[in-house]
Design a protein around this ligand. Structure first.
Ligand SMILES: [Mg+2]
Length: 285
């Protein structure tokens, strides 16, 4: 097991929740964190954090981030001076790793989750075998992304678009090969705004029974919280499955066109303002 030894956060923490009644899950990039921050969004983040602090205390709400980013990147993005409080938990690397932040500022891996991963036969060799077979048997080429985005439990590749029909078939084939190797596979159209190439798909191989949606199911079950008491917010295709695992799942107004085509519950405001309004509808002003 190669669990990264994370650094401490300098942000403060939300209060511990003794008897958890509600859970709020949020994606990070373009949801809780905006890459091109405006003054309006800065104000909105402050209002969101104040309100979250209030419902953590008065409604026993647990709040966490589920993201494709690494833990280092989460810490870096939340410590730019705009956010003041670290969420209770961070599920990073596309929901393959789960850490709890304690009030000493340290991150601790969830031991039950570590146990789940211990029993997975996930490694670079098995992913290499899939890549080789796709090419040899079906002439399907996928190319490794830089090591930057990869982790022990997430291996990233690009698939470059050819034409709609071929792509549809090839994507199915990639999923199929992953499934046969007992892996899950996240496939999304790349976002060039986030530094990805044009006309490509992001292909992420992850261990079976992990991922953003698996984290939601795991945490809901861990604290025995029913679906109707759970919320989730996101902005892109890889959030949709997670949104379907909660009672109140929303795309934000600033979500990608592609995601909005596939999911109809959308907030009327972007970013944290969108999240805040939904929470206020449910917990009161
Ligand atoms: Mg996002």
């Amino acid at each position: 097991m190669n669990w990264h030894n994370p650094k401490k956060t300098t942000l403060r923490q939300y209060d511990d929740v003794n008897s958890i009644k509600y859970i709020v899950y949020s994606d990070l990039d373009e949801t809780l964190y905006s890459h091109k921050i405006t003054d309006e969004e800065k104000t909105s983040i402050q209002a969101f954090e104040n309100y979250m602090e209030h419902i953590v205390k008065n409604h026993q709400v647990l709040f966490g981030v589920i993201t494709g980013s690494s833990l280092d990147s989460v810490i870096q993005k939340l410590e730019t001076g705009i956010h003041q409080i670290m969420p209770h938990f961070v599920a990073c690397d596309l929901g393959t790793m789960l850490y709890w932040v304690k009030n000493d500022g340290n991150f601790y891996p969830d031991q039950e989750w570590v146990y789940r991963l211990k029993n997975m036969n996930f490694n670079q060799e098995n992913v290499n075998a899939i890549v080789k077979d796709l090419e040899a048997l079906h002439k399907i080429e996928i190319t490794p992304q830089t090591q930057l985005g990869s982790s022990s439990f997430k291996k990233n590749y690009y698939y470059y678009m050819i034409d709609d029909l071929t792509d549809k078939h090839n994507i199915e084939m990639i999923r199929d090969f992953a499934y046969k190797q007992e892996m899950d596979c996240n496939i999304n159209i790349c976002n060039p705004l986030a530094g990805d190439p044009e006309r490509a798909y992001d292909i992420d191989f992850i261990p079976k029974n992990t991922g953003k949606a698996a984290i939601v199911e795991f945490i809901n079950q861990k604290f025995k919280v029913g679906m109707e008491y759970t919320f989730a917010f996101g902005d892109s295709g890889n959030d949709l499955e997670m949104l379907s695992k909660v009672g109140h799942g929303y795309l934000l107004d600033n979500a990608t066109t592609d995601a909005k085509k596939q999911y109809e519950k959308v907030t009327s405001n972007p970013y944290t303002k969108g999240i805040l309004n939904i929470l206020k509808e449910n917990f009161g002003h």
